[in-house]
Write a protein that binds this ligand. Structure first.
Ligand code: ZN
Length: 400
């Protein structure tokens, strides 16, 4: 066991600003979108028109259109999540019951701390051997006066992944909150602690351990919305040799491999105007006039120099690069310069969209470096020139 002064009483009274978000990407690459300047069929007419189009000859209708895009389920979650590793629960590896109350926090952890157990580099890579060492570790931690195993998760030299402190696994699977550990003073309620069985001061971790560690970290990052840049060694926060010079020197590689695992997950989400993530003021009326709409309906409003946004909110799962697209029905009387505002978490960009043409398909608003978190990702503004309707229908966000 490594020799740090863990304390189960050390529960996150500190802040975590020093290493915070320093590594975040900051530059958003905004790609151009379709050229403006499409011909408007007719000038705007009376402002009292209740239809979602001006100057068009088609009769307005607010009735549901049965020809809505067939591939347009509102609020659909597309894509595949990262691989879910097999994690043996405390019950599976034969943990003893905790000897006291295990505290929990509802906030998600913001980083991962890598440890080594400083135990023997056994050559028995079996599951049974990994489980046995996990039981021994728990006894060592009881001897420290702790209520349970200190770390949240453990990886054996043979690559078997185990729950550490009781409750860690269910919290991880839910992606919400965690149990307070005892693995690094000041970080126990905000850092997921992973113990790697063995001693890596001069030895290299076995390949099986390494592969499962990468998978496990990717899963943790995905579940909690932690950036791969937020993976650290125990020694980054406490005066200790842990996780050993060799394993510590491999952390850049770990961050890189975890980032690659996350990038391959092709996470994507669609927020429709009928989704819970959508909100708009009462000036944004509902229509199903155009068959090019996404889902059952869309929203439209008249341009005005007011701050009255139609907002699409989504939970960005991790820091990374995302493509943002908009779907809207195009009608030859809709606004040719509708402002779409994309929020990355560190800033925003406004993209002007010609909504008089090219509707009924996903239109890229660009590729952006985004930070994890739930927020308005795209807002449609009424603040533009002209009098033709601006339209808010659906957006799609895809991790690249
Ligand atoms: Zn440690």
């Amino acid at each position: 066991m490594h020799d740090h002064d863990h304390s189960s009483a050390d529960h996150s009274s500190d802040s975590h600003g020093s290493l915070g978000r320093r590594d975040l990407l900051r530059s958003a690459v905004v790609l151009g979108i379709g050229a403006a300047g499409a011909t408007i069929a007719a000038p705007a007419v009376a402002a009292t028109v209740a239809a979602p189009v001006r100057g068009a000859t088609a009769p307005p209708s607010l009735a549901p259109d049965p020809e809505a895009p067939a591939d347009a389920p509102p609020g659909a979650l597309a894509g595949v999540e990262v691989a879910v590793p097999t994690i043996a629960s405390c019950n599976t590896w034969g943990a003893a019951a905790a000897r006291g109350t295990i505290d929990t926090v509802s906030t998600n952890p913001n980083k991962i701390l890598i440890h080594h157990t400083a135990s023997a580099n056994v050559t028995d890579y079996s599951q049974a051997a990994g489980y046995q060492i996990a039981r021994e570790i728990q006894q060592w931690h009881f001897a420290n006066g702790w209520v349970d195993t200190g770390q949240h998760l453990t990886v054996s030299r043979g690559g078997y992944v185990m729950e550490g402190r009781h409750g860690s696994l269910s919290r991880l699977q839910s992606g919400s909150g965690t149990v307070v550990g005892a693995h690094a003073p000041g970080q126990n309620s905000q850092a997921i602690g992973i113990e790697n069985q063995g001693t890596y001061t001069s030895a290299t971790p076995p390949a099986q351990l390494w592969s499962r560690l990468v998978e496990l970290c990717a899963y943790i990052c995905d579940q909690y919305g932690i950036a791969p840049t937020q993976i650290y060694g125990h020694r980054d926060y406490t005066a200790t040799a842990c996780p050993g010079d060799v394993l510590y020197s491999m952390l850049p590689q770990l961050r890189s491999e975890v980032a690659a695992a996350l990038a391959g997950s092709s996470w994507s989400v669609i927020v429709d105007n009928t989704s819970s993530g959508f909100s708009a003021g009462s000036s944004w009326q509902t229509s199903s006039f155009s068959a090019e709409r996404y889902g059952a309906s869309y929203r439209y409003a008249t341009p005005a120099e007011v701050s009255d946004l139609a907002s699409f909110s989504a939970a960005i799962p991790s820091n990374g690069s995302y493509r943002v697209e908009a779907w809207f029905p195009a009608v030859a009387g809709y606004n040719t310069s509708t402002p779409f505002i994309v929020h990355t978490g560190t800033g925003s960009s406004t993209i002007r969209v010609d909504q008089s043409t090219g509707g009924g398909a996903w239109l890229s608003l660009g590729t952006y470096a985004m930070t994890a978190g739930t927020r308005t990702v795209v807002a449609v503004s009424r603040w533009t020139q002209g009098t033709e309707y601006v339209v808010a229908d659906a957006i799609r966000i895809t991790r690249l």
